[in-house]
Design a protein around this ligand. Structure first.
Ligand code: PMP
Length: 353
């Protein structure tokens, strides 16, 4: 450890992103990307904007994109905040809204970036255990807190929290900011966006990485009443005045407007998830009920590490997490039907050995 490091840097446990290896013919089901590719209209918009105008700085307020998102969700542009992926939106959220005298609450099985942000910003957090079925139990959040963050559907379990429960949480904690991280909501979850007008303490975070197939573009956004959005803008403008480059702004605007592409792609993923669950069930996996573009499953007799390694030998990549409670679960992103078929045939071969 360097003697030049500050205390905070020494204590950080940085997030480890899923691998992006270059293995020819790889079936890549490890980082929840969408297998179908972004809207052709969005790609066209990038082509049209890639010219000498790139010498100019982008619109620091991402006005057109914010207006397009606002129109899509029935909000005003002042209720929309934009960032480089929802990871950056979350980073600003942790810094601007989640540090209080009272602790932040989040589930113990959840998105592993949350503890990292807490360390980075010196936020005291209490991890609330999920129950035996890996569900979030609302009554466990019945304690004093400064803020709460919950992914819905949860990651990496894929389990959704019904909207009525999200509303109960908001109503029970009027003085705490409640952040609902909806990275995966478009694959069957219930969005909390309709509650924004009623609850000034609600911030909803979404991304274009999953249902709009733009993980490579890095665009995420937060929706909430003006007060919360203003806090995020204050932090962003104290850090980096350009949330998105020019190409990302035009592409994301076109992607948000292309509702037909979005619908087709998310429906295909949901249908493939249903058939993959059937196949895994037949192979003796325990599968958590998923409302996301991945499934979280453990085999009844083989370890997660063994399956991960054997799949990798067959050029199929899935994800495993180090946390003891979920150590045998494979998180499998939903690919095309051909990719899912290759996963299933690899598993059949491994389990027959
Ligand atoms: N929230 C959750 C729960 C996630 O799983 C992810 C994806 N790793 C993100 C946010 C961040 O997604 P992105 O930065 O690509 O928008």
């Amino acid at each position: 450890m360097s003697r030049y490091w500050s205390d905070i840097v020494s204590k950080l446990r940085p997030y480890v992103a899923g691998e992006q290896p270059r293995i020819p013919g790889l079936v890549k089901l490890n980082t929840n990307e969408n297998p179908y590719g972004p809207s052709p209209k969005a790609l066209e918009a990038i082509g049209q904007a890639a010219d000498e105008r790139l010498r100019l700085y982008p619109d620091p307020a991402a006005t057109e994109l914010r207006e397009a998102i606002a129109a899509r969700f029935g909000l005003t542009a002042e209720e929309v905040f934009i960032g480089n992926g929802s990871d950056e939106v979350l980073a600003h959220t942790f810094q601007a809204l989640l540090k209080h005298d009272l602790p932040l609450l989040y589930p113990d099985v959840t998105y592993s970036f949350y503890p990292t942000y807490c360390l980075l910003y010196g936020i005291e957090a209490i991890e609330i255990p999920v129950d035996e079925q890996f569900r979030i139990k609302l009554s466990d959040y019945d304690r004093s807190c400064g803020a709460i963050i919950i992914p819905n559907p949860n990651a990496p379990t894929g389990i959704g929290l019904p909207l009525a429960e999200v509303e109960a949480l908001l109503a029970a904690h009027p003085d705490a900011v409640v952040v609902i991280d909806e990275a995966y909501v478009d694959f069957g979850g219930e969005s909390a966006v309709p509650l924004i007008s009623k609850y000034p303490n609600l911030l909803v975070v979404q991304t274009l990485s999953k249902s709009r197939s733009f993980a490579g573009l890095r665009v995420g956004f937060a929706l909430g009443q003006r007060d919360l959005i203003e806090a995020l803008a204050r932090v962003k403008d104290s850090f980096n005045s350009y949330p998105l480059d020019r190409l990302a702004q035009v592409a994301a605007t076109a992607a948000i407007k292309d509702e037909a592409w979005f619908e087709t792609s998310r429906r295909k993923v949901i249908a493939s998830r249903k058939s993959l669950v059937g196949e895994l069930d037949a192979l003796d996996f325990e599968i958590l009920p998923s409302q996301a573009n991945f499934v979280f499953a453990r085999h009844k007799s083989r370890s997660g590490a063994e399956l991960l390694a054997a799949l990798r030998e067959r050029a199929v990549l899935v994800r495993l997490f180090a946390k003891p409670r979920i150590a045998d679960f494979l998180r499998i992103s939903i690919g095309t039907d051909e990719e899912c078929a290759r996963l299933v045939s690899a598993l059949k071969e491994i389990l027959a050995a």
